[in-house]
Design a protein around this ligand. Structure first.
Ligand SMILES: NC(=O)c1ccc[n+]([C@@H]2O[C@H](COP(=O)([O-])OP(=O)(O)OC[C@H]3O[C@@H](n4cnc5c(N)ncnc54)[C@H](OP(=O)(O)O)[C@@H]3O)[C@@H](O)[C@H]2O)c1
Length: 205
């Protein structure tokens, strides 16, 4: 498949690139600073300059692609960054989208206890509302919304659980567990290859 990766220079996005390339896909990495990916040269990797605030830089890269995976983040960015990215993706012609949100924001709000909710809102500030807004823009039949719990940079375990929120039969009274970015990347690429949860939000833990 030809897969566009948004947020490709980020901590999760880099894992997405590695997993998708290892699985034989053609990968188009979108980056504000393409030079940040100079160490990842690969015959099936194309790096294109893109900024979600310049919508055409995203939509044009998607024109001949099958799917998009987003690991876009709004840390240290204007608070509407995810919404801006979601609007660009909503305009793009793609058959599949895997979009990374956050467990505890949007549809999954209140699926962990009040302490987690309080901390998440304090930590994210205005970015908290941006997460829910972006999810709403990008949601639809072609999209799987990923809501991972807290992320770590530990190596992949191969043991992450992916469960649609509508059938998630557990909640965490205090803090939810953690999941590695590497495992989240595997889950998103796998979903793009064989969509099991299109049109739904999944918790990843
Ligand atoms: N931290 C957690 O525990 C946690 C838990 C669940 C979900 N999440 C969410 O998961 C997502 C990925 O997290 P992460 O830590 O892997 O992200 P990250 O390392 O902060 O990377 C964010 C990516 O977004 C890109 N980006 C930001 N603004 C952009 C713009 N205007 N145009 C194009 N690209 C832009 C960054 O590019 P540059 O390299 O140019 O800055 C970078 O590639 C985030 O939305 C995060 O909130 C986090």
């Amino acid at each position: 498949m030809r897969i566009v990766v948004l947020g490709a220079t980020g901590a999760t996005g880099r894992h997405v690139l590695t997993v998708a390339l290892d699985r034989g896909h053609q990968v188009v990495a979108l980056a504000r600073r393409p030079e940040a990916l100079s160490g990842m040269a690969h015959g099936r990797l194309e790096v294109r300059r893109a900024d979600v605030r310049v919508r055409d830089t995203v939509t044009s890269a998607c024109r001949d692609a099958d799917a998009l995976i987003s690991a876009l983040g709004n840390r240290r960015e204007p608070a509407d960054t995810l919404s801006a990215g979601a609007r660009a993706v909503a305009e793009a012609t793609l058959s599949r989208v895997a979009w990374m949100g956050t467990f505890g924001a949007g549809d999954s709000r209140h699926r962990a206890g009040p302490l987690y909710d309080f901390i998440l809102r304090r930590v994210l500030g205005d970015g908290f509302a941006d997460k829910a807004a972006a999810d709403a823009v990008v949601a639809g039949p072609r999209t799987t919304l990923f809501h991972p719990v807290m992320l770590t940079d530990r190596p992949a375990t191969g043991e992450a659980t992916v469960v649609p929120l509508d059938v998630l039969d557990r909640s965490w009274r205090l803090m939810p567990p953690k999941v590695t970015r590497a495992d989240v990347a595997v889950a998103m690429v796998t979903e793009i290859e064989s969509p099991a949860y299109a049109g739904r939000t999944v918790a990843v833990y």
